[in-house]
Design a protein around this ligand. Sequence first.
Ligand SMILES: C[S@@+](CC[C@H](N)C(=O)[O-])C[C@H]1O[C@@H](n2cnc3c(N)ncnc32)[C@H](O)[C@@H]1O
Length: 257
Amino acid sequence: MPAEAAELLTDALRDLPDPTLLDLGTGTGQVPKALLKALPSLAHIEGVDWSRQMLDQARVALTPLLGSCALSLVQTSADVYTRPAPLPGEEWWTPDLITCCRAFHWMSGPDVLAMAHRVAAPQASLAITGDGSLWTYEADWTRAPRHLIQQYVGPGRRADTMGDYTQPIRPFQEELTDSAWSDVAEHRFPITRTWTLESVLGYLRSTSFAGADLFADRHAAFEEEVRALLDDLTDSGSLPEETEFTVLLARRPAGGR
Ligand SMILES: C[S@@+](CC[C@H](N)C(=O)[O-])C[C@H]1O[C@@H](n2cnc3c(N)ncnc32)[C@H](O)[C@@H]1O
């Protein structure tokens, strides 16, 4: 997440005494990481993901950065998430900011937005954010591996071993407008990243469209071919990506809370 986007998301939290964050589809904790940097006074972060492996990685990434911020990680589907009741002696808190980065397309939009409406603090904001993927980014160095993936696992974009990925039918903005979170503003931040051969391979392993499980015993052969393709396409070893990070920042109109 670009620093400017993290600043935008934390702006509304700055004057709160103990600001709290609920991050849906937290993955390896990239959003809490960026927000902790932008707002070190964050008091509580709850990360939700249905993957235990992702949550384990999020804990490793976030623990050194927490300071006095409390972290809870909940393994469940965001669609059915409920706020856990506090343990005796614990304070009850409600999220001031709810984020969902590069993950909303995997979820049932109406269910997640209704859940967010139930659990959020009265003045809370909700942000759906993302920046596409190397599957959607158009460049020679993304097209060549994409064609290779298709040769190995079939022409459609795979969604792990569950079959092909289906595009969301409705734009996220429309889903928001039809929900309690109907006061929506869109913000775009240009970003430039520089990939290396190894970071592309690591990224591909972590995706639903090119994870190792899809290739079974041909994964090593696939990675060798990606290496050869990308080697041919870069002299310097660096592979540039210029893209945009989009933030849909939503609030509930007064009276809808
Ligand atoms: C592409 S990753 C994005 C991770 C992180 N938000 C980021 O931007 O780096 C998507 C994450 O959403 C999780 N996920 C997908 N559908 C989910 C659902 N219905 N409930 C909870 N987590 C979900 C996946 O396990 C994965 O960790």
